[in-house]
Design a protein around this ligand. Structure first.
Ligand code: 5AD
Ligand code: SF4
Length: 438
């Protein structure tokens, strides 16, 4: 038998890219590729890229530059660019980077096996279509192999919201929901193969409409799967949080008390300029309703500072909103002008001013994160252990609230949910003891 061909995939950016990378590996697995964990060991390198901010997109080009000596030493090495940079820049990547053999967008990667064959024959291949057919119908049933205790499952893709700063509607395309029966059967397989927790993914996951009743109904259907212990979903738009999904946080035990609900800004003027179609007050009211259903829910958000036109007063309004909500943690970014988006035409905020605001915002968010973690000390939480910890004898996993928790416990507990009393809060994790250990 001939040696299997070796594939190295690097994922940038969001969790959906992680999921897509797994599915690309499975598609190429059917063509005889096995995955390896370095470019040096590979016959084919695929970079699954992110276009959300300039820095992320530029990193791809510097990583490609770094692959040049490898390709010179090993001319048969094939190099592919997948994901959102591939979608946004297409042919341009081949022009700018002669070492690239293949460019494939996020909606057409089910065609990778055919493209790979062409590339193995010496061709260069580009596919950035938004095909009529659903890629998921043309990918191998998944997964062939065992999976870890946690798994991602894409239920929705694309975005019709067109926030003024965002490339996603252009790179991922229009909102599409996968049908409920496909999602449920994929979830059952993931659970059979070892998953205890599934995170439903979508750029606007709570706009899912692949079956009656919306995402709340889907969550309840998933909750009926034996062996599936935990359900999460991300990322949600505030305008798509409907009553039933909010209610599910109160009455569906398997739905975890954690919600990533990006607001971007606390200033109504900036929210309007961003085309977010909600006000700060709308968001605060929504938070109140969610907390009425599930008082202990941990909320997180994304923030953009230095959006064109943002004044110090607008920025203060964002700090006020953060104070009013009280986040468990949050992601914050300096505005990055993206080609083709409406905001890119506007005059940017002074860079030093934007840097200063980002620092002040992050200081406040760090304080809130610390407080949220400190509030866990002394409490008992449930932890799904996922892997060995950094220190010998430790294992680590996530609490219901998605805090990273480590404890001294036998490796046999990996893949199980245990009650853990939290004893200490470290900068980005919690330490605890498993309560049913002697
Ligand atoms: N500049 C900075 N941050 C951005 N995001 C999206 N587009 C941009 C941009 N042009 C952030 C938003 C979004 C997160 C995924 O990335 O906060 O919620
Ligand atoms: Fe981008 Fe806005 Fe769509 Fe989120 S909702 S993906 S920020 S356009």
């Amino acid at each position: 038998m001939s040696e299997p061909k070796k594939l190295f995939i690097k994922s940038y950016g969001c969790q959906m890219n992680v999921y897509d990378s797994e599915r690309m590996a499975e598609a190429l697995g059917a063509e005889g590729y096995v995955t390896v964990d370095s470019a040096e060991a590979a016959d084919m390198v695929l970079l699954n890229t992110c276009h959300i901010r300039e820095k992320a997109a530029e990193k791809v080009y510097s990583d490609l530059g770094r692959l040049r000596p490898l390709k010179t030493a090993k001319p048969d090495l094939k190099i592919g660019v997948a994901g959102c940079v591939a979608q946004a820049e297409g042919e341009e990547i081949l022009r700018r980077m002669p070492l690239v053999d293949l460019v494939v967008g996020p909606q057409s990667y089910h065609r990778l096996p055919a493209m790979t064959k062409a590339v193995e024959g010496g061709a260069r291949a580009v596919d950035t279509d938004f095909p009529e057919e659903d890629k998921f119908d043309h990918l191998p049933e998944r997964p062939a192999r065992a999976v870890g205790p946690t798994a991602f499952l894409t239920v929705q893709e694309g975005c019709d919201k067109f926030c003024a700063f965002c490339v996603v509607p252009y790179t991922r395309g229009a909102e599409v929901s996968r049908p409920a029966d496909r999602i449920l059967s994929e979830a059952r397989v993931l659970v059979e193969k070892g998953a205890k927790e599934i995170t439903l993914l979508g750029q606007n996951v709570n706009a899912w409409h692949g079956g009656a009743g919306g995402l709340g109904a889907l969550v309840r259907h998933l909750a009926a799967i034996d062996g599936l212990e935990r359900i999460r979903y991300t990322t949600s738009h505030p305008n798509d949080m409907d009553d039933d999904l909010i209610a599910a946080h109160g009455d569906c035990e398997k739905l975890m008390p954690y919600l990533h609900l990006p607001v971007q800004s606390g200033s109504d003027r900036i929210l309007k300029a961003m085309a977010r179609k909600h006000t700060a007050a709308d968001y605060l009211r929504l938070v109140e309703r969610i907390r009425a259903a599930r008082p202990d829910i941990l909320l997180t958000s994304d923030f953009i500072v230095g959006f064109p036109g943002e004044t110090e007063a607008d920025f203060q309004a964002t700090l006020d909103l953060i104070e009013a909500v009280g986040y468990g943690t949050a992601f914050s970014f300096k505005y990055s002008a993206r080609p083709g988006t409406p905001a890119a035409e506007k005059t940017p905020v002074d860079a030093a001013e934007a840097d200063d605001r980002l620092q002040r915002l992050q200081a406040l968010l760090t304080r809130q994160q610390k407080a949220a973690q400190a509030a866990m000390v002394g409490r008992e939480v449930k932890v799904l252990f996922e892997k060995p910890g950094r220190q010998a004898g430790q294992i680590t996993g996530k609490s219901d609230y998605l805090h990273a928790v480590h404890a001294e416990a036998p490796e046999a507990m990996i893949g199980t949910i245990q009650r853990v009393r939290i004893t200490r809060s470290d900068p980005n994790s919690l330490a605890g003891v498993v309560t049913n250990l002697p």
